[in-house]
Design a protein around this ligand. Sequence first.
Ligand code: NAD
Length: 262
Amino acid sequence: MKIDLSGKNAVVCGASQGIGRAIAIEFAQCGANVVLLARNEESLRKVLRELPASKTQNHNIIIADFSQPEELRNKMKNFASEAKPVHILVNNTGGPKGGEIYKAETIEFELAFRNHLICNQIMVQALLEGMKRNQYGRIINIISTSVKQPIKNLGVSNTIRAAVANWAKTLSVELASFGITVNNILPGATKTERLKGIFRSRSETSGRSIEEIEKESLAEIPAGRFAEPQEPAYAAAFLASPFAAYINGINLPVDGGRLNCL
Ligand code: NAD
């Protein structure tokens, strides 16, 4: 099986670093035309230069902030009216701030809902007509294993991930007859800035060293290592491809076996 995404147009959100960046590179490697979306133009242009490109491939960027849904809606409306229809959408953005849920402020929930759920909805609404026209759509949401098993000290994140997973499952049923699938990737501990940030903040609040916290986290992973960002990206490339046409509405953990449930 060779994954070939040539001729497919993809939009990858949160693509300036981490898992989103790895997905964008993998899609381009498989032949897709990739549009990178994030807030910072300079970092996006850096990733744009790194994308593999044949003579027929065309990559681009959208500068947008998921904490500003109305601006995102306008930008995506313009994009959808000017650009070629999109076949593949990866909904992804930075994770909510950590901490115990009983201490979380109302604004943290509101922000997480906006950044994760409202903006995913805006992205889907903007690109749906194109997918329907193509009779080909792949909506892939990068969520977290906390969909299945809440993670300690990530209270707001645990809450919003469950909402996104239910939104996605509902959507998968509604859109299946158009040749559109909606699936979620649930990364485990993956070597990105997000993971470093989580370890840093755990170290600050507990007074323990980052090395100690890393060791404790590794002990929970049967594979005995953290994931490389490319590993969820391989799963995304498969789900985006025609090979995955009959896989719809699933939560796919890429976690080295860390989840303690089915
Ligand atoms: P990351 O922080 O390294 O990268 C996040 C990306 O989203 C960056 O490109 C960033 O610029 C972009 N982004 C952040 N806020 C944005 C905003 N307001 N508008 C537009 N773009 C924005 O994170 P990551 O490790 O690549 O994780 C991606 C997703 O997967 C996150 O939701 C994260 O919580 C989740 N996740 C990560 C891990 C892990 O161990 N890395 C584990 C489980 C879940």
